[in-house]
Structure formats: structure tokens, C-alpha cells
Design a protein around this ligand. Sequence first.
Ligand code: SF4
Length: 421
Amino acid sequence: MIDALRTNPALLKLDLYCRGAVLDESCYVEQDGGRKILRTRAGLGSGLELILPGGLWTNVPVSEPFARRSPYAIHRQDGRYLLRHGGRDVAPVALSPRPAWYDRATASGKPMTRVGTLQGTYLGVYQAKVCEYWTGPLKENCKFCSVGLNLGVDDADEKSVDEVMEVVRAARRESGITYVDFNTGHYDGDTYLDILEPYIRRIKKELGLLVGVQTPPHRDLKRYDGLREMGVNRVSFCFEIFDPAIFRELCPGKHREYGLDYYLEAVRYCAALGRRGPRHEPWVTNGEIIAGLEPPESSIRAIDWITSVGAIPTVCVFRPLVGTDLEAAEPPNTEQLVPVFRRLYEACMERGLPVGCAPNVHVSLVLLPEECRSLSRRRFPWQTLKLKAMAKALRFGLERRFAAAAGMGSASPSAGSAERS
Ligand code: SF4
């Protein structure tokens, strides 16, 4: 097992999600330039941001009770960080660097990390007020979710367009971000897209960055045509669970408001918009699920359905966060999840989906499809070549666009800040 963990970075990333790690007292994360452990992150993250061998960025559970029983421990030795398993060395690891802007405030006086934070190498912004499943009289929040526990702790409630722009510029200039991701919960009246559009327009116009939105599925699907025209690059729908009975039980608000079928309809509708313009703006649709909350076969069925309509699955690993309704649940078992992530890679490659093309987008909260290559014996040489060509073309186009934005007086990244790994 140790040999497999040493040589297979995807297996190591997955095993750490499932088992967490003990942070040895020799570690000085913040003094050594690492990122503080924050409770937010879309209701699923809570851990230490690390970079594993192979350049895989991750977020390792260290705060939950299950992590205290983990065979993994993170040690600091001679100023460097080392991952051990059962007392045996597994691999050197690096702390995800904390940028200087993390310690600054906006002109309005808000700590910048309460406006947006890096998740891997992209900027995540949990926009606006708390999800109304948490605040309504029925208390219908998703059982695994910690968003209602977090806001006001690590995230600010109100974020003006100017404040967000200030943080986006700092993250672009100093951290070389290429992508900004907006995330909202449910608001009565489907106001989430109305709220986000002014932010999106400013970022596209002034910086030309890639932008994505993760919200509930708007009841007027034509709104996604508008987002496509605006230059949005990614829409993501978190239906979490493909098994209808488990979906109903664990996501009562989503079930009552929209229902699983409507989530799937939104995924299908948006995936079809990829054929439309603007042609210079890449477009992907994600269907997001959480592995470990339903049987692996059901997660695999979800992956097959999502890819069959031309969308790309985002597969999180269930983490029983402290304070949530599922805090006493066991985390999933690595061996049971390996086939799920193997299928994720194979299904995306079989369908020729554009995975791993965006430059400098390393994601800490999920195992990306392309990262799961080492879990499969199958190889897809033509598809791999095609993806490399697509990535090159996208990088070239974005460099030209960023240079043009910088020439207009917008932020440009400082030398050496992009593409850290
Ligand atoms: S929709 Fe569910 S997962 Fe999303 S913020 Fe609301 S309660 Fe949390």
C-alpha cells in the first residue's frame, strides 16, 4: 500500500480526502507561509491546503475527529514538510503558498480573505447572503453542508462589486489567477444570477479572466443563453446525489424547490450551449456530485449520465464536517471510491470532453478527471494529444487577452507568479 501511495498521486490525494491527516506539532503552517485553515469553502472544505507530488493541489482534512485517527501525519523536518503513513515516509509535500494579499484589507476595510480566497490556484467567491435553506422556517439545508455555520466567520455577508474587483485584481497581479468562481446558495425568487451578473461583466470587461458560476438551476433556462453570450466560461449545478431517494433525504431544500430532474434538465440544457458562441470563450457545464453519500455504483451512473449529455462531472469526496447534520457519519472508504474516480477519467476521455485545458487552474477540493489518469490502465493517446493542443490554443488566446487588458491599465501578474507547478 505504501508503495502505491508513493507512486500514484491520485490514489494519495483520494486516500487523504478519505482519511485526513494529523498535523504534527512540529508544523508551523502560517509562519512557514502556508494558508490558514478556514471553515468555509462551499460547505465541504475545512482542511490544510497542500501540494502533493505530481503537482496535485489538495485540501487535507485535519480538523474533523476522523482525521485524528488517521494513519497519516504531516511533519516538519529541517524546514520542509513531509507526509508519513504509520510512521513511514510517503512523500515530501509543500504548503500551498499564502499570498501577501491574504494579510491585507480592501479600501473599505474588509479583510480580503472575507471577500475571496484561493482554492488551489483559482479565486473562489461565495457571493452575497447565506443560502436560504438555512434561514427559512423549514430549515431545509443539505445535511452535509456547513455554509450556514460559516458565513460571518470566514466570509463577509455583503461584498460590493468594487470590493470583489479589488480582490480579483490583487489575486490576478500577485497570484497569477486565470479563473474566478462564484458560488451561491438558494435565494427565493431565483435572484442569484441577477446578483452575480454585475460582478461577471466587470471581470470580463476589465480583466478578461475566465469566470464560472455555481448556483441552483434558474427556472428560466434562457438565462444561461445570456450567460453564454456574456462570456461566462463555466456553469455548475450541484445535485450532489443521483439516487432519487437519497437526494430527497439529504437535500430536502433542493428537492422541494427544484427536484433532481430539474437539476438534470439544467445540466443537459447548458451542455448544449457549448455549440454556440462567442467562439473565443470556452464553455463547460459541470454536474457536481459527492461520492460517499450514495453507493459507488450510483455515483458511477451519475458520471455516465453527466458525460452522456456532454457535461463534465465534478466529484467531491464526502467529508463529515464538524457542526453539520452528518458530523457523526463515517468518511468514505478509499477502496470503494477508486472505481468511481477511475470511471470519471475514462468516461471523460471516451466522450472527448475538454478536461485539463484551462491554464493554471489547480483545484484543491476535488480530484479532477485528468488527475485520475493514474487510477486507470486505459490510455487514450489521440484524445490526450487533442487535449494538449486545445490547452495550448487556450493558453495562447488567454495570454493575448490578458496582455490587452494589462495594456488598458488593468492588473497584470508579476513575473513568476503564474503557473507555480
Ligand atoms: S444549497 Fe445545500 S449545499 Fe448549497 S449552500 Fe444551500 S444548504 Fe448548502
